[in-house]
Structure formats: structure tokens, C-alpha cells
Design a protein around this ligand. Structure first.
Ligand SMILES: Cc1ncc(COP(=O)(O)O)c(C=O)c1O
Length: 394
């Protein structure tokens, strides 16, 4: 089946956070929303069919998870990332962020450091700071010509401070890196040396652009697997975040039991009836949609990069290796932190994520979500260009 990613669907007033929370986020709602990591595309037809079929039954009672659910996720991971997961190692969580938060709560004490590599998904800061006395330890990524790599010397210094946990983002949001084996090896060697467990958030691992290959952290070696907790989910890949279902893969029974006990105490351990059928349909029948989606996202990214190169050279765009998010370098606009934020909202009228949220000490960057129809993106870039033209005259 040929999917039409150009199709524009009116999502306003449909309780889509990306649209209906614009006023809360930007203090106006006439912006083109290119912020929260949510796509404006209809999901794969087999998923829609599975949800409709489930809805048609008309009974939405407590939902039991069949073994085929985790099996379908394991088969997806094997097929796409050559990762063998034993379903017995897997736990349910209502999302990756809730899972990360619980892992920080469970595996650290007040006063402990938790390591992150910034700039990074802002919730990494939040889930650490949410818990009494936990402290963020930052290993900043190293940027050269828009390409980010790990600063291993600094990583070693930070690991010497004995963080209790490392929240690792792979592939990386927002810089778009798909970490190479050599990098994963060097990073995990250091974690082993300093005995720091890794929580590997792999939610973006299916967005593999330009032929990049994702290597799950837990597949680096047996030793790495024994200290890695992996967080995976089909909800980002297939735009199902509203259904709330993620999986966490544990290396041992004890850690899994600690995690499960927490959710058990809250009585949160079941899928809802729609996520159950949607995730399984995605994992079994979603490959073709994903293939077409990636081709479309690549074109969107090339369009934005070329547009900036020719029309707005003050803004530099590097192509990511994964995600549908562009980490755009706006330092050439010469605006300070607050002015850049206001400029995008009030002049360009586009809703982007503020780069400071991803690294509090870094200015001049914004994150742009390009998972929308090309025509919407064209309008957004035109508005941005016109705003920059006015700025040049000031
Ligand atoms: C790195 C990363 N982790 C987690 C999430 C959100 O996960 P969930 O919706 O399952 O809580 C996102 C969403 O953009 C993300 O970029």
C-alpha cells in the first residue's frame, strides 16, 4: 500500500498536545507547531485496522496480555536490530519517561549523581530532579561542524565521580546520532571500569536514516548486557504515544523484580486494550509503512537543509542519522537566549523546542520536528525566512 504523507489532517481541537497545548507553551496558538516529538501522519493501516476491530467489539474491560505481544516485539527487535531478547526479561511500563523516572527512583539514593550526555531530551533532567536530592551530572557531547561525538576524556572524569546510573540516549535526541560500534564499545568499557549501570533509552532506534544501523547497547557484549537496562517502544516509531505502552528489558531477575514491584504497587501493569492490539500489529505488519515514512522524512530534512543553505545561511542545519528532529544552529542570527525564543514565536510564528531545555548552558540552538506534510514545512520555512529578512534590516 502506498501511504500519503503529504495529506494534511486538521488536528486542532482534537486534544492533540502538539496543537491544543500551543497556547500553554508559546502563549499564542497561531503558530505552525514543529515542537513535541509527535508526527502529523496517520499511522500504518494494519494498526488502524487492529484498533477499529478491537473498538467494534464494544467491550473495553480489563486486558490480559497474551504471550504473542512480547513475542511480536522480540521479533521486531530481531528483524530490525539483530537483537535476541528473551520475553521473560521484559516488563511493561506506561511510557519510557515513566520507566526512566522509576529507574532513577529505584536505583539511586538522595545525594547520588545520575549521568546524562547533553544536549539531551529535557525529560532526562526532569526525571532526575523529580526525586529528592538526586543530582544531574553532565557529560557534554562534543560538536564539530554540526556533528556530535562523545567526549570520552570528560566522560571518564564524570564516571570517576561515581554516578549511580547513566541515562544513555541511543539514537540520540536531539543531536540525531546513531552511535557507532566503536563509540558504544569505548563508552561501555568506561562504564564497566567504573561499575556504573546503563539505562539505554532506544525509543528512536527505528528511525534509521541514510542507511544507518542501530546497535542496541545490550548487544555489545555479555558483560555490557549484564549491566544494561534497555527501554524500547513502538509508540514513537508509529505515532502511538497517546496509547501509552513501552517495554523495559532487564539483565537480571532482581532488577526486574524491583521495577515490577513498584508498578505492581500502583496496579499499573496492564496494557490498555488498544495499545495491546496496536503494538502487536505495528511489530508484525508495520515494516512497509516505516520504510515509506523514512523516505519521506529524509526528503523533508533535505528540503529544510537546502532551504537554509540557500535562503537563510544564518541558520545551519546538519542532517541527523536518526529521529525526525532537526537540531538547528541559529547562532548566526546573533540573538541571545530570550530573543531567539521570542523571535521564533513572534516573528517567524513557528513553534520549536528551545535548545536551552536540552542543555541549560548552551545558547543558540532550536529543535525542529519535521514529521509533518511537506507543504506545512514549506510554509514554516517561508515564515522563518521572511522573519530573518526583517531581522537583517533592523
Ligand atoms: C529520548 C526519548 N525518550 C522518551 C521519550 C518519550 O517516551 P514516552 O512517550 O514513552 O514516555 C521521547 C519522546 O520524544 C524521547 O525523545
Amino acid at each position: 500500500m502506498q501511504y500519503d504523507f503529504d495529506k494534511i489532517i486538521d488536528r486542532s481541537n482534537s486534544n492533540a498536545a502538539k496543537y491544543d497545548e500551543r497556547f500553554k507553551k508559546f502563549e499564542r496558538d497561531d503558530l505552525i507547531p514543529l515542537w513535541i516529538a509527535d508526527m502529523d501522519f496517520e499511522t500504518a493501516q494494519p494498526i488502524i485496522d487492529a484498533i477499529k476491530k478491537r473498538a467494534d467489539q464494544g467491550i473495553y474491560g480489563y486486558t490480559s496480555r497474551p504471550t504473542s505481544y512480547y513475542e511480536s516485539i522480540c521479533e521486531w527487535q530481531k528483524r530490525h536490530h539483530n537483537w535476541d531478547i528473551d520475553p521473560k526479561q521484559m516488563s511493561f511500563a506506561p511510557g519510557i519517561v515513566p520507566a526512566l523516572s522509576e529507574l532513577v527512583r529505584e536505583f539511586t539514593e538522595p545525594g547520588d549523581y545520575v549521568l546524562i550526555q547533553t544536549p539531551v531530551y529535557p525529560e532526562f533532567y526532569d526525571v532526575i530532579e523529580a526525586w529528592d536530592g538526586r543530582k544531574v551530572l553532565e557529560n557534554q557531547l562534543f560538536e564539530q561542524g554540526g556533528y556530535y561525538t562523545m567526549d570520552f576524556a570528560d566522560l571518564e572524569e564524570k564516571l570517576k565521580m561515581r554516578p549511580k546510573l547513566f541515562l544513555f540516549c541511543s539514537p540520540h535526541n536531539p543531536v540525531g546520532r546513531v552511535w557507532k560500534k566503536k563509540e558504544l564499545k569505548a563508552m561501555t568499557d568506561l562504564c564497566i571500569r567504573f561499575d556504573v549501570p546503563i539505562v539505554s533509552d532506544e525509543i528512536h532506534s527505528d528511525f534509521l536514516l541514510w542507511g544507518n544501523e542501530h546497535i542496541p547497547t545490550a548487544t555489545i557484549s555479555k558483560e555490557v548486557a549484564s549491566r544494561t537496562i534497555s527501554c524500547i517502544s513502538s509508540t514513537k516509531t508509529f505515532n502511538l504515544a497517546g496509547l501509552q505502552a513501552a517495554s523495559v528489558v532487564f539483565p537480571n531477575k532482581e532488577w526486574k523484580h524491583r521495577f515490577d514491584s513498584f508498578w505492581g504497587a500502583l496496579d499499573i501493569h496492564r496494557n490498555n486494550c488498544f495499545s495491546l492490539v496496536a503494538v502487536e500489529a505495528a511489530c508484525r505488519y508495520g515494516d512497509e509503512w516505516l520504510k515509506q515514512l523514512i523516505a519521506y522524512l529524509q526528503e523533508n530534512m533535505l528540503f529544510v537543509r537546502e532551504f537554509c543553505r540557500t535562503e537563510i545561511p544564518e541558520i545551519k542545519v546538519n542532517l541527523p542519522e536518526s529521529t525526525y528532529l532537526l537540531w538547528i544552529d541559529c547562532r548566526g542570527l546573533g540573538l541571545d537566549r530570550q530573543a531567539l525564543w521570542r523571535f521564533m514565536i513572534e516573528e517567524a510564528k513557528i513553534g520549536l523546542n528551545n535548545g536551552n531545555d536540552f542543555c541549560r548552558s548552551l545558547d543558540g540552538f532550536m529543535r525542529m520536528n519535521v514529521a509533518c506534510s511537506r507543504n506545512v514545512l514549506k510554509s514554516a520555512m517561508q515564515q522563518l525566512k521572511e522573519a530573518v529578512v526583517r531581522l537583517r534590516i533592523w
